[in-house]
Design a binder for this molecule. Structure first.
Ligand code: SF4
Length: 350
């Protein structure tokens, strides 16, 4: 039985009192929580999209060491930026960071804008990130509603609407913003994030130790496992690819991907559509003018993107000629200079 409106409102109102003391006692120590400078909060929030906290920490620290402020980010060469991002995936995030840093330098005299409305105008910043920065760095009553917060609120309020319903998200944002406390707004945003990350997790939430348990409708209605109602998953498209590790004099051939589409403009190993057999692969290498001497099949790999799965056949080809259509990178350059997406980098492990 869904909750009535009054019960929902009471639950919302109770949240700051229940969550703030719990957060202040239990928050994990994370490098981006050391200070609430908007640049630091912004970088961490963008990195954390689609990536686990444990994986982000090392990237975050390295990024901040090399690009400690907006100016450094705006001025760094794109290849260097992408190298710092290598392995995090979704490279448009890094490019948008730089675009936004340049906008802040030119339109805001290098000072991070401090309202949700202004922050949202920056490239690559949606309502979630804008809410996070505005509340954590500027103490605004701005909610940051992502999948975690949708899940928590669907459970607490006993809401059985699918969580991808845009109306649901809009309502949750408004209802949360109406109960933001006068003080500790950034902590309230982080408390919700922390609850979703450590207690009210997708499967088997830890209700026994939950600070919101007393107002949680899902708990009361024994509906925890049925909430939130997830949207139907769309099947991913599968594409077959053949990837070439062309090696000549200790160097590997790299090529730039097309400026549009998946992994746009990034460095890549040469690849072709389809799963080529060995003779087809050899012919392709000959046509590239690299004078293949020896070809061997590598272990098949796959890589999952948001909407597509690549099933990759790989060949290692020893070549006698470095054709100019490719950039030939030695080990040092591969490690220090060129950012190679994981879809390709996984073939270098041999
Ligand atoms: S009581 Fe359980 S379901 Fe309810 S908010 Fe807490 S962890 Fe989530």
């Amino acid at each position: 039985m869904p909750q009535n409106e009054m019960e929902k409102e009471q639950a919302y109102r109770a949240l700051p009192k229940l969550l703030l003391p719990w957060y202040r006692e239990n928050a994990r120590i994370l490098p981006w929580r050391e200070n609430t400078d908007p640049y630091r909060v912004w970088i961490s929030e963008i990195m954390l999209q689609q990536t686990r906290v444990e994986a982000v920490i090392g990237y975050y620290e390295r990024f901040l060491r090399e690009l400690p402020d907006i100016k450094a980010l705006a001025e760094t060469p794109e290849d260097r930026l992408l190298k710092l991002w290598e392995g995090l995936g979704y490279y448009s995030r890094a490019r948008n960071l730089q675009k936004a840093a340049r906008v802040i330098l030119t339109d805001y005299a290098g000072k991070f804008p401090d309202t949700v409305e202004e922050i949202r105008k920056l490239p690559g910043i949606g309502p979630y990130t804008a809410g996070a920065i505005a509340s954590i760095s500027f103490e605004r009553a701005a909610a940051a509603v992502d999948g975690n917060v949708l899940r928590i609120i669907a459970r607490i309020t006993g809401d059985f609407r699918p969580i991808d319903d845009p109306k649901f998200k809009k309502e949750i944002t408004a209802s949360l913003e109406a109960v933001y406390p006068a003080q500790g707004r950034g902590d309230f945003t982080q408390a919700l994030m922390e609850l979703g990350a450590t207690v009210c997790v997708p499967r088997s939430p830890r209700c026994d130790g939950c600070p919101a348990r007393e107002v949680c409708a899902a708990q009361r209605l024994q509906a925890v496992e049925r909430l939130p109602v997830m949207p139907e998953k769309k099947a991913k498209r599968t594409e077959l690819k053949t990837v070439f590790l062309l090696e000549c004099d200790g160097c590997i051939a790299l090529t730039r991907r097309a400026a549009k589409g998946l992994l746009a403009g990034l460095w890549a190993l040469p690849d072709l559509d389809g799963a080529l057999d060995e003779s087809q692969a050899l012919l392709a290498a000959e046509n590239w003018g690299v004078r293949p001497q020896k070809i061997s099949r590598m272990a098949d790999r796959s890589h999952i993107f948001t909407h597509v799965i690549w099933r990759q056949t790989g060949y290692h080809v020893l070549c006698a000629r470095q054709d100019e259509r490719f950039v030939w990178a030695d080990r040092e350059a591969l490690e220090g200079e060129y950012a190679l997406p994981t879809a390709y980098k996984q073939f270098l492990s041999r």
